[in-house]
Design a protein around this ligand. Structure first.
Ligand code: NDP
Ligand code: N5H
Length: 257
């Protein structure tokens, strides 16, 4: 069976620019013939997403704003999707946020406010969005989110994001159990480090990438295209027996010590 998403519609959330993992996912889905709905958060990202959408092989891409920290914004966005397309077949959630000052120093110093903000946007948002998307998945569906190894192990500086990713990964399992009866699958991809806008402020990101090149089984870093193609698999019927799973797309780095 080859992967074709012809006649199907997918929502991709979290494109900031051409380096975004969400854009890698959008391109893979587009190549398989899917219709796309792309969402962005900050106003000034709209023109980026618009310009990127114009490079796709179809001209019916829908672009909408969705701030996942606000229930009204999620509600408005999915109401618009319902009016414009009716049924969707899958959704990619590629969104995370933490205050910069919480991504250095020790986890023990995390403030209540910083902790809750990171968990709200990086973890709870998956559940909020899955609930809204479920109503539009009348023919079943597949939901994919992005996580990182720091959710399973202590990784220097990942701090509260590691705890938020652990919560996100557990949410994947609970959501998979709830939504399975509606033929909706929920999985995550644990991506290796990729130089995106989120990673921009990370001190010593070069040495993080060097370590992957030296020590990962495949001896190379992960690309957004590799993540995009695994998302395509998870969002397609080829993965129909898989739910509640976390697939590492990280050149195998998670198996080495
Ligand atoms: P990007 O910076 O490209 O994407 C992060 C996205 O999160 C942006 O589009 C940003 O939108 C969005 N976002 C932040 N706050 C909100 C909000 N309130 N509502 C809606 N969207 C919001 O980085 P990546 O592509 O790297 O990150 C995507 C996912 O991949 C994240 O979950 C990240 O943790 C995960 N990941 C990344 C890895 C990496 O090395 N890059 C490794 C493993 C996992 P805006 O700018 O408009 O606010
Ligand atoms: C161990 C590491 C390195 C240290 C930790 C990095 C954590 C990054 C995740 C969060 C999501 C980054 C973040 O929120 C940055 C913001 O504080 C500032 N940046 C922004 O506001 C930009 C403009 C917008 C677009 O960013 C967001 N997120 O909205 C982990 C790395 C090796 C791997 C990595 C980078 C993982 C990951 O989860 O992204």
């Amino acid at each position: 069976m080859t992967i074709s998403l012809q006649g199907k519609t997918f929502v991709v959330m979290g494109i900031a620019n051409k380096r975004s993992i969400a854009w890698g996912i959008a391109r893979s889905l587009n190549r398989a013939g899917a219709r796309l709905i792309l969402t962005y958060n900050r106003d000034r990202m709209q023109k980026n997403v618009q310009a990127l959408a114009e490079t796709l092989e179809r001209d019916d891409t829908i672009i909408l704003q969705c701030d996942v920290s606000k229930d009204e914004s999620i509600e408005r966005c999915f109401q618009e999707i319902k009016e414009k397309v009716g049924t969707i077949h899958g959704l990619a959630h590629s969104i995370a946020y933490a205050n910069k000052e919480d991504l250095e120093g020790e986890f023990v110093d995390t403030s209540r406010e910083g902790f809750l903000l990171a968990h709200n946007i990086s973890s709870y948002s998956l559940t909020a969005v899955a609930r809204a998307a479920k109503e539009l998945m009348a023919e079943g569906g597949s939901i994919v989110t992005l996580t990182y190894l720091g959710g399973e192990r202590v990784v220097k500086n990942y701090n509260l994001m590691g705890v938020a990713k652990a919560s996100l990964e557990a949410s994947v399992r609970y959501l998979a159990n709830d939504l399975g009866k509606d033929d909706i699958r929920v999985n995550s991809i644990s991506a290796g480090p990729i130089r995106t806008l989120s990673a921009k402020g990370v001190r010593d990101f070069n040495s993080v990438l060097n370590e992957i090149e030296e020590r990962s089984p495949l001896r190379r870093t992960t690309t957004a295209e590799e993540v995009g193609d695994t998302a395509l698999f998870l969002l397609s019927d080829l993965s129909r027996g898989i739910t509640g799973e976390n697939i590492h797309v990280d050149s195998g780095f998670h198996i080495v010590s």
